[in-house]
Write a protein that binds this ligand. Sequence first.
Ligand code: PMP
Length: 482
Amino acid sequence: MTIPDVTARGLGVPGVPGLSGAGVTAVPGSTAVLPTVPANSASADPASADSAPADSAPPAAAPGAGALPQLQPPGFSPESARRDIPILHRTVNGHPLVWLDNGATTQKPRQVIEALGAYYGAANSNIHRGAHTMAREATQMYEAGRSAVAEFLGAGSPDDIVFVRGTTEAINLVAQSWGRANLGPGDDILVAVLEHHSDIVPWQLIAKETRARVVPIPLTPEGAIDQDAYADLLSSRTQLVAVSHASNVLGTVPPVKEMTALAHRYGAKVLVDGAQAVAHFPVDVQDLDADFYAFSGHKLFAPTGIGALYAKPEILRSMRPWQGGGNMIESVDFSRTTFAPVPHLLEAGTGHISGVVGLLAALNWFTSFDREAVAAYESALMTYAQQALSTVPGLEVLGSAPERIAVLTFTLAGQDPAGIADWLDRDGIAIRAGHHCAQPALAHYGLESAARASLALYNTSEEVDQLVTSLRRLQEAPEEVR
Ligand code: PMP
């Protein structure tokens, strides 16, 4: 797919999608905006990896993993993504960074970093108000971002997209606006057990106020959503089904399209949490027939603090304001206030304008790759990682649903997850340990905490080998050096 090139509309400064040709010049030095790294802990110079302390030698090739068939990237090379991402070339604790915490957040390409610098250096203005050139340009960029998100999600119109801080805010918006108007005593909200807390707690809060019920949809032992149980739970009481397009802890990709069709037979609406899905496979909200779809920019190579909510136009038009303030009104009077149309109605106050600029740059970057080839590469990398991890004594991966993204949550016999993350960090490998904001999903396996490696398009089989080598060394290490 192609994202509208705002530059072609006479708007883009080099480095800022959307700002040159309008009498604005590029920001001096904007191409050199890189994160500063403290000299004692890391270096942006890959050569300094050689200065690793003697007690933390770089991991050798993974025994066992080395015997695995080589990964054949079909039509996509992770190097083509890696070379754009400065942070992947720093070191951590004397080792080249291995970033396997993509489920928490993704790393940013220089195109995004430069777009932010160039925006603040040459284009900063508030939007939707002010009769000056800068305000008009910033507004055009912001709205170009909305068009890009609509196209990325397959929405029918940019007006179906509301900018929010992220998935959490999107779901709270739906709960507070749509939920408050449409839920009542005796109504059911069906929520899959694998949901992130941000797709559970907002429903609990609004259910308490409206005296509706939150009903969990159970999982199978494999970590898939139990489709028979789901069909049994649906009834005329069901007002909403909340389901992730991909689980952040089990990797499960539920059959969202089929689940949505079934929910619609009962007149229920479906909210899809796309936080983990959007960076891994193409999404088409109209094909899914989703009523609501939410995602966070920061899990999609964009800055933190920006995300989007899609809603079907007829539903969006029926929604009441959830926050009041500037931008969402037409006129204000002490006797009568009139409101702006959606999506502005739901965007009170000054939005995260630079965040939208960064999101636009991220979408331009990400969609420049062949998405199907990226998905195929990630799937091959996932298979490689599963085989490689199976060579680590005592390691068990949670979840084996038929459709999964490249998320590997695991336990290691005799090790606590925080200790595993700490050990790997000494080798420069970043994974996550804890409850992953999905306590019911872990409780399904009798766990309170687990370790998680989550992969992205820029990860490589060599990085998987380093993870496996380090984990094997941990299993062999005497107690006193752990
Ligand atoms: N849903 C899922 C599946 C997630 O993985 C996350 C983030 N870990 C969220 C929702 C919440 O996203 P954010 O914190 O960006 O709002």
